[in-house]
Every structure is written in structure tokens, then in C-alpha cells.
Design a binder for this molecule. Sequence first.
Ligand SMILES: Nc1nc2c(c(=O)[nH]1)N[C@H]1C(S)=C(S)[C@@H](COP(=O)(O)OP(=O)(O)OC[C@H]3O[C@@H](n4cnc5c(=O)[nH]c(N)nc54)[C@H](O)[C@@H]3O)O[C@H]1N2
Ligand SMILES: Nc1nc2c(c(=O)[nH]1)N[C@H]1C(S)=C(S)[C@@H](COP(=O)(O)OP(=O)(O)OC[C@H]3O[C@@H](n4cnc5c(=O)[nH]c(N)nc54)[C@H](O)[C@@H]3O)O[C@H]1N2
Ligand code: SF4
Ligand SMILES: [Mo]
Length: 707
Amino acid sequence: MPEVRRSFCRFCHANCAMLVTIDEGRVTKVQGDPDDPVFGGYTCIKGRQLPEAHHGPQRLTVSRKRVDGAFQDIAMETALDEIGARLSAIIAEHGPHAVAVYGGTYAFQNSAGVGSAMAFAQGLGTRNIYTSVTLDQPAKVYTTMRYGNWMGGMHTFAEADVAFFIGNNPIVSHYGPPGGLPPFSPSRRLRDALDKGLKLIVADPRESDVAALAHIHLPVRPGEDPAMLAGIIHVILSEGLYDKGFVQQYVDGLDDLQRAVADFTPAVAAARAGVDEAQLVAAARMFATGTKGVVSTGTGPEMAGQGTLTQYLVSSLNILCGRFCREGEKSSIPRVFTAVSPRRAQVSPPMALYGEGFPASRIRGLTHLGMEMPCNVLADEMLTPGEGQIRALIVIGGNPVVAFPDQDKMTRALGGLDLLVCIDVNAESATAKRSDYILAPTMCLEREDISNLSEWWYEIPYARYTEAMIDAPGDLIEEWEMLWGLAHRIGSPIPLAGGPCPMDEKPSKQTFLDLMTAGCVVAPGQVRADTVDGQAVIYPDLHPIVEAGDPDAPGRFDLCAGAMPDQLIAYATADQPAPDFPYRMVSRRSRHRFNSTGQNLPALTAKRTTNPAFLHPDDMARIPCSEGDIVRIRSAAGEVVAEARAATGMRPGVVSMAHAFGGPDVGPDEVRTRGNSTNRLVSESVRYDPITGQSLQSAIPVAITPA
Ligand SMILES: Nc1nc2c(c(=O)[nH]1)N[C@H]1C(S)=C(S)[C@@H](COP(=O)(O)OP(=O)(O)OC[C@H]3O[C@@H](n4cnc5c(=O)[nH]c(N)nc54)[C@H](O)[C@@H]3O)O[C@H]1N2
Ligand SMILES: Nc1nc2c(c(=O)[nH]1)N[C@H]1C(S)=C(S)[C@@H](COP(=O)(O)OP(=O)(O)OC[C@H]3O[C@@H](n4cnc5c(=O)[nH]c(N)nc54)[C@H](O)[C@@H]3O)O[C@H]1N2
Ligand code: SF4
Ligand SMILES: [Mo]
């Protein structure tokens, strides 16, 4: 008899609540759980592929080892013995920095994944720990700490009467940063909020799904968000529309910001940003005259070359308008599995997050950003000989060949390693098929997990614990168990928040999670005990109320930190793009993929196999090309070919493509069946953010010709 049990999806970070049908040890169906108070029955097409992802023929169920250029099956314990011995030898000869760990997207889908990766690297003593965060939105991490952080939290979307999205498209991505649209049935939620009077402003060079619903859509020229934001701040300051009481009490550096935006009059700002002047002024007034709601950004502007400057101006806008939870209000940072400081009506003091005192790379003067090395330097740290050269890389649920800048260089760097290990469900991934060992992981419905990695979206103290729904169909291992198994063999510790992980005998996942999250509000073990029928546990009594600020330690935001006002002035006078490359390539998400995941799931590939280049019809006439033609797209760093598709909502002069398709071996005849990654157009050494190392992965100057 089929049985239906509650769990949650971990295909993506949204963790939608699901009802899972199990028949004879197999998952036969998943559907949204209509009783869940947050998700209310929502799922997307990717999540609905979980049965196929778990049981389809494409799934790796036995680990593989490369022998003389061909793969052979290998038992997990044997593979771990061999890898452990090779790592020990590399460390003995070259020291711990010779071993690197990269936690990709799927290190963030297992509740113990990224925490164990950080702790494993720390235990080994290597500075070379990388995660996809520094390919994604590192400026947010940096900015929050650098200018000061409001300890009560920002306004939530639920209470907002105005929202301003810059370069994110949460209806497709299910990615809504703090204050932005949460990923719970995002389209319906946004429409409901608009029906109730929400004012929506969207800045995006194309008419994205959210832009199509906006009151004001600013089709900003790619990479010129700083001009648009400086113009908006100019209007708000000159019209006195900011929260003067808040600014007086909590903000330093207003004069410097005012000086930096002085030249960005609406006319100058609108011309540089390529938007209508009246629309820019209207957006400034609409945002500032709202009472609650924040500006939030996604990957677009972070990747477009001015990530930290853009994020600084975004923070400034929220700070000027005082869009924070005040004393006596419910805090927007409820949290259950995360240790948090007290929620107070107060600015926490700015904190350094990179630079002096942090482990430094040998490359480009970049350093750790908080806990991790910037992905910008990974390929060069593998390729550059000398003390500290990376000789072994462990990739956890990531795909550097298609996701990192400069595909040729990354491919070369991986090829030169002494040891490349991937833990990946897809042995055909562009990176896994280049590795020495591909370890076969358990998939989400075969694991117990908690919702620690998604809880920053929740507007209430909502927690999930799920049991494994089915047994693992093969010789499989979890990502954290692989790391534990290697550390055990190497003889290195795994330091966790609650103390050292037991290393003689592998602890249960429960024990591991309790140690990893020690100091959090409710321990995973307790949430597990509180869980009934697999449902979410909500702790309304634990929703913190913002306390009064500490009068003895009154922090202030520093709008001058990092000399950002001067950087804005430098940006104002910087050179404009080279005429050789008249188009700008912008990033986007594909609805039927999760980065490179999904390329082998039939219901997703039935929707589309290629990675089209979306273009304005006028540009297609100019190139010239027609719908479905193959075009050649060239940047200063490289070239891709792609299938042209007309999209009327595109800003002219802009081409929009996803990344993470294809691989270095995709020839011209395979473009339609596999697609290409825009990372063939990206270089991490030509244009990158000097703080975070983020490369120009959007707003890339390109030329387009018929192929
Ligand atoms: N279906 C699906 N969902 C995903 C993913 C996926 O691959 N597929 N990937 C996941 C990941 S890893 C992440 S990090 C999140 C990202 O989530 P989002 O940041 O919401 O990603 P996108 O949907 O690509 O939205 C970025 C938008 O920025 C715009 N843009 C590009 N350049 C610029 C610019 O210079 N300025 C401005 N203002 N806008 C610009 C693009 O046109 C695009 O609409 O999505 C996650 N969700
Ligand atoms: N040009 C350009 N480059 C970009 C971006 C962009 O917009 N433009 N976006 C950037 C962003 S935001 C990100 S996050 C990175 C993504 O960078 P990565 O995380 O390195 O790339 P993914 O393609 O997400 O790799 C995920 C891998 O996990 C595997 N996998 C799938 N399911 C499982 C599982 O259950 N367990 C395990 N162990 N593995 C699994 C997949 O087969 C795949 O190989 O790319 C970045 N690169
Ligand atoms: S949005 Fe993400 S978590 Fe929700 S069903 Fe889709 S893939 Fe799963
Ligand atoms: Mo990402």
C-alpha cells in the first residue's frame, strides 16, 4: 500500500513543504503540502522531478574511480581509504594548504553540508575553503558587516507597502534576499500584495517576470545601477524625503554621501543609467513616501562589475529611509537553528571582513572574505607553482567547469591536479567526468535534515525536521559523512560550534547537527522531538520583540566606511565600454534548471535543452539573425555560440543568457542539445571587484555576429 508522508524539497534552497508518496521503498509522487502554513501547497516543476531524480537511470548509485582514463565502479569504503591515503601523502609533502575544498550549490542543500565543509577545512588547517557564495552575492555579506547592521532586522515583505527589486527575479529564482519576496508561492504572493496596495518598483534591463507586474519598471543599462541609485538618493536628499529623525540618531557620513551624489542630478543619472528621467524621479518618490519596505537586490547587479558600490548605495537607501524594525515591534529575524545576537533597536558596530589579518591568497592580493577564500583565485591557486599551490580539490555538489569564470582556465587547472574528488549525483557533469573519484551521494529524500539553511527567509519562527523517507538505493554517502570519513582516516579534527566532533566512531547526523548548531535558539534534537507527523514546528513564543538599544553602546551606521563615496565619484568619471563590444550580456535563471542541475531529467529537458540568447527583435534585425539561428557571441575573454530567441521585453543592446549549460567539449553541432555557459566569456583577472573578487559575470561587453 502506498504511504504518504510529510517532508520538504531540497532540490533548491526554498525547501517547499511536500507530501511524499512512497510505494515499496520508492518515491512515486511528490506534491505540495496544502496544510503547511508557510508554503500552502506550492511546488515548482523542478521539485516535482524528485521521484525521477531519485530513481531515474541517470542517477549515480555506485562511486567511480578513474583508472587509465576510464571509470570503474568502486566501493565507498575503498574509495575513502584510497582518497584518505592520497590526501595524507599530499599534506605530508606539501602542507595542508595544498588541499582545497569547494562547497557548491548542493553543499547548501544538505543541512550538514556547508557547516561540515568549513569545519573539515579548519581541522585540516587549509586556508583553501571556497563556496559558491563568492560567485554569487558576496557584496551583501561584506556590506552588511562593513557599514553596520541593524540588530532588529529589516522590514519584511509581509508588512511592506512598497518594494524595490533590483536585478532579481524571485518568481523564477525563488530567491528573495532579506526584505525581498520570500520563495513561498512567489508569484501568487506578489499578486496578492499588489492587490492589497503594494507599490512595486523593479530595475532590470529586461522585462523580467517581476518587472512585468511593477508600477515602475526602470530598464536600467546593465552595470549602471550605481548611477540610477545615486540619482534616486539625490532626489530623496534634495526633496527631504528621508527619515530625518532616524538619520540624526543613527547615521554618520551623510555629508560625504550627499557630496558624492551631488553631480548625479536626475538628468545626469537617468542619462547614464539609460532610464527615463521622470520615471527615475517617480521611483525615488514612490520608494521614499512608502512607510515600510526595502530595496533588495539579486545576482544581476552584484555580478555587473560594481557589486560592492551598488550594494553600498542600496544599503544607504534603506538606511536613509529607516526601513528597520523598531523597538517594541516583532523582529524580522526570528531564527530557530541559528545563533543570533540580541534583537535591539541599535546598530551593531561595523566589522572588518577582509584584508589585513585574514588569510591571504597568493593571487591578486585577495584575502578571505569572512571564513572563505574568494572563488576568483581558485583556478590560479591550482595553476601557480610554489609554496601553497593547491594539488587536491574536493568538490561538494558543485560544477566549477561551467560555473566559474574562464572555462578554459578552470578546465586546465582541474586537469593539472594530483587529485580531484567530486561528490555528485551526475557522473556526466562537466566537472565530475574530469575527476579521479566520483563519490555517489544520498539524495534529499534519503536523508534526515533540518531547515537551517533556508530559515533566513522565514518571517516567523518556523522550523522543520524531516526523517529519511526511503532507504538509500546503493552504496551511498552524505556529504558530511564523506568529510568525516576522510578526516577520520587522515587523523584530523572537525571542530564544531559545540566542541570537537567525535572522531573515533561516526556520530549520528542528529549529534552532528546538534554540535554544529550549538548556541542556536532550539536545538535540532529538540525540534525533532517537537515534530508531529513530519509537520513544521512553529514557535510563536520565541518570536523576538525588538528591545531598546543599549544606551552605553550606541552604534551608528557609517556611510563613509570603505571610502565608498569616493568610489562613487571615481565611477562617475570612469571610462565607458569599448565600441568593439556594443552589446551587454546579462545573467538570468532558467526556469527548468537549477544552475547545471536538471540537464538529465526528461521532464525538464522536454521544456528546453539549449541555453538561448534572448535578444530584442530590432537587434536581431541588426545582427542580422532570425529566431532559432545560431549566433556567435564574443567578449574580450572568449566566445560562445547560442541559439537566438526574440524577446520583446529586452532592452535594446542587451543579450540575456543563463550560465552553467554545456561544457568545454560542446561543439557547434551540439549547441541546440546542450547549450553553452556564458563563463566562456568571463575572465576573473580582467575585471573583478577588488574586495570580494567577484568577476564580471553580468553586463559583459560582447559583440554578436551570425555564426
Ligand atoms: N529556476 C532556477 N532557480 C534558481 C537558479 C536557477 O538556476 N534556476 N539558481 C539559483 C541561484 S544559485 C541563485 S544565486 C538565485 C539567483 O536569484 P536571482 O538573483 O533572482 O536571479 P535571476 O533570476 O537571474 O535574476 C537576476 C536578474 O538580474 C537582471 N540583471 C542582469 N544584469 C543586471 C544589471 O546589471 N542590473 C540590474 N538591475 N539587473 C540585472 C537579469 O535580467 C535578471 O532578471 O537563483 C536561484 N534559483
Ligand atoms: N556567468 C555566470 N556565472 C555564474 C552565475 C551567473 O549568473 N553567471 N551564477 C553563479 C552562482 S549564483 C552560483 S550559486 C554558481 C553555482 O556554481 P556551482 O554550485 O559550482 O554549480 P552547479 O551547477 O549548481 O553545481 C551543482 C552540482 O551538484 C550536483 N548535484 C545535484 N544534486 C545533488 C545532490 O543531491 N547531491 C550532490 N552531492 N550533488 C548534487 C549537480 O549534478 C552539479 O554538478 O554559479 C555562479 N556562476
Ligand atoms: S521552489 Fe525549490 S524547493 Fe520548492 S519545489 Fe521548486 S525546487 Fe523544490
Ligand atoms: Mo547562486
